[in-house]
Design a protein around this ligand. Structure first.
Ligand code: NDP
Ligand code: 8X3
Length: 254
């Protein structure tokens, strides 16, 4: 029998990339995904050079047909997926709802909710066929609270939180573990995407405090995935020490 296989969406940067590295270090074989082909294949190459068994699938989770084709085309040996990390996601914009940009809303809803569903719809039956598995959904503290300008992003992450609970009840009899992870501020490309490339606005989000980094989340995933078969961590909220809620942070002078 080979190593366990982990399928990680959004592995071209941030939390997904760090999770790929940490799970590889723990002996997992990896299927890594994302849209930015050049980056994806560079990460695949780097991991291969480290001796990791890895397969890169370049597709957009917003497209159900592309998602289905990518999973269906996996060689049989790669379909024995033990771990799915539903990580691909984004926030776009911070405008109040009444001034919101409809295209931004659609990108968030299509990626964070529908994309997560499309991927899970393809992978969960494979896990069930294989006798069990562990699904991680990267939600957010924005799935527990709302804050000004967070409107649609918060709604998508509340949906992820609900879907984690829904998946757990639907698949408990099939032996599927579901872990919802709700991070606070993690310094990745997230804020650059949210502020549409404005690097100063993105840096200001973390000014005067020590945010989490992507590896902090990846290490929590590793902890959860290595619990014994009878133990499931259902819901994990993880924040920087300097953050008590989406709106309460301690910032030191910079
Ligand atoms: P990054 O922007 O660094 O990473 C996002 C990843 O998602 C990239 O690999 C990107 O790949 C992928 N992605 C985005 N859209 C799509 C798509 N349509 N199809 C396929 N892949 C896609 O941000 P993070 O690592 O921070 O974000 C990862 C997850 O963590 C997200 O779900 C985010 O909401 C959540 N989160 C982040 C927090 C933070 O403070 N950073 C806090 C709480 C939750 P590519 O562009 O190549 O497609
Ligand atoms: C990202 C964290 O606080 O910007 O999910 O919503 S927050």
């Amino acid at each position: 029998m080979g190593n366990k296989i982990a399928f990680i969406t959004g592995a071209t940067s941030g939390i997904g990339e760090a999770t790929a590295e940490i799970l590889a270090g723990a002996g997992f074989d990896l299927i890594i995904t994302g849209r930015r082909a050049e980056r994806l294949y560079a990460i695949e190459e780097r991991l291969r050079e480290q001796g990791v068994k890895v397969l890169a699938l370049c597709f957009d989770v917003r497209d159900p047909a592309e998602t289905r084709r990518a999973v269906e085309a996996l060689p049989a040996a790669w379909k024995n997926i033990a771990v799915l990390v539903n990580n691909a996601g984004l926030a776009v914009g911070t405008r109040p709802l009444q001034e919101g940009v409809i295209d931004d809303w659609e990108r968030m809803i299509d990626t964070n909710i529908k994309g997560l569903l499309y991927v899970t719809r393809e992978i969960a039956p494979l896990m069930i066929e294989n006798g069990g598995g562990h699904i991680f959904n990267i939600a957010s503290i924005a799935g527990k609270e709302v804050y000004p300008g967070g409107n649609v992003y918060c709604a998508t992450k509340h949906a992820v939180d609900a879907l984690s609970r829904g998946m757990r009840v639907d698949m408990v009899k099939q032996g599927i573990k579901v872990t919802n992870i709700a991070p606070g501020m993690v310094e990745t490309e997230f804020s650059i995407v949210r502020y549409k490339g404005d690097e100063q606005a993105a840096a200001d989000v973390y000014a005067g405090l020590r945010p989490l980094d992507a590896r902090d989340i990846a290490e929590v995933i590793l902890f959860a995935v290595t619990r014994p078969a009878h133990v499931c961590l259902n819901d994990i909220v993880i924040m920087p020490t300097a953050q008590a809620s989406t709106r309460d942070v301690r910032r030191d002078p910079v």
